[in-house]
Design a protein around this ligand. Structure first.
Ligand SMILES: Cc1ncc(COP(=O)(O)O)c(C=O)c1O
Length: 365
């Protein structure tokens, strides 16, 4: 077997000729900022997730920052956040002048731990930021039961969860506001940075529309101090084309995940995702957990199988966040390993990874 790359961005561009044709057209029209292409993408994406509104922005980090700002929370408000996420999620809380309250992780699917969440709620809690990490949905319906109609907002970081559904409802539409990233390595990735905010609230929508464009809707129509955070027109064109076939991507990733589940479930030394069949998972990552993480990844590397770690630290461990320790996610960054999974991997490649992991544990236990 040749190398099993973690991902191959070039291979993930399925519709190269359609994209080139469209980009060529936009170049001829010199349409680089805004325009129909961007509006079409916003409409197509809000149809895809079934939200009333979609506001495209320059990246997933901006989407988070603007989404939090749209809630108009007082400075110093507490926002509860799981410790296992990309740093952006936490940064967006800090840049909005709010306080992060770190929360433990549910080891079945790596969503926020609901037991710990109950403990972390206080009078100062003004929002909960959930992260649908790896493409696994967080159970927001249970979180709503826990907060029991208190005025606590729910922000959903769906950067890794295009196509992820909780009981049939697309993530991003279950809380107050949802954010997405279209970074090239994401399941729905563009040609460069990109992001979006989705919501059913007209108030949030109106704020975000202006916030991403210097506080203005039209030229010189500023009503507050915003920023420049626009999705490039060429990138919107790429995403429009990729979105058309995106359900096939989710289907294929599920097929490959099933090969992992079947082939790895008997190995005692590793923990797999434990997922509910009632939900749709988009398998942005397929993550296993084992105390033998480092020797296993070196072993796989010898067989030219690339793996990664998302993420090697928990955010409460980064000194500058000043976070308190949590129980279940302690040392999690030393045990998790992301295996190759993308719609461009073949069944044989994934079976080869399974075979090598099995042979490693036969020798090492
Ligand atoms: C969970 C999560 N949140 C936020 C982001 C930020 O998105 P972007 O890189 O587009 O700013 C990412 C991207 O890696 C992410 O994985």
């Amino acid at each position: 077997m040749k190398k099993v790359k973690f991902t191959d961005l070039y291979e993930l561009i399925h519709d190269k000729s359609a994209i080139l044709k469209r980009v060529n057209y936009l170049i001829k029209k010199s349409q680089f900022i805004g325009g129909k292409e961007v509006l079409n993408f916003e409409n197509n994406f809000s149809k895809y997730v079934n939200s009333k509104y979609c506001i495209s922005v320059a990246n997933g980090t901006d989407a988070l920052e603007i989404a939090i700002a749209s809630l108009n929370l007082k400075k110093g408000s507490e926002i509860i956040l799981p410790v296992n996420t990309w740093i952006s999620t936490a940064e967006a809380i800090v840049t909005n002048g709010c306080r992060i309250v770190f929360c433990d992780v549910n080891l079945d699917d790596y969503s926020i731990c609901l037991k710990d969440l109950k403990k972390k709620l206080s009078n100062k809690t003004k929002a909960i930021m959930v992260v649908h990490l790896y493409g696994n949905p967080t159970n927001i319906l249970q979180i709503k039961k826990i907060i029991n109609k208190r005025n606590i907002k729910i922000i959903e970081d769906c950067a890794q969860a295009h196509g992820t559904r909780l009981l049939g409802k697309h993530v991003g539409t279950l809380g107050d506001v949802g954010t997405f990233s279209f970074f090239p390595g994401k399941n729905l990735g563009g040609f460069g940075d990109g992001g979006a905010i989705v919501t059913n609230s007209v108030k949030i929508y109106r704020y975000c529309l202006r916030a991403r464009n210097h506080g203005a809707l039209g030229k010189y129509d500023h009503i507050f101090s915003g920023r420049n955070s626009r999705l490039d027109t060429i990138n919107a064109a790429v995403l429009n084309i990729k979105l058309k076939n995106y359900n096939k991507v989710v289907k294929r990733r599920n097929e490959l995940a099933n090969i992992y589940f079947k082939g790895l479930r008997k190995i005692k030394n590793i923990d797999l995702f434990n997922l509910s069949e009632k939900n749709t998972h988009s398998f942005h990552q397929f993550v296993i957990r084992t105390k033998k993480r480092d020797p296993l990844s070196s072993f796989l590397k010898k067989y030219k199988i690339q793996t990664m770690v998302h993420y090697p630290y928990m955010l409460n461990e980064l000194k500058f966040f000043n976070g308190k320790e949590v129980k279940k996610a302690k040392d999690l960054g030393k045990k998790i390993l992301s295996l190759p999974i993308s719609e461009e991997h073949s069944d044989d490649q994934i079976k080869y990874v399974v075979q090598k992991i099995n042979s490693y544990f036969k020798k090492n236990y």
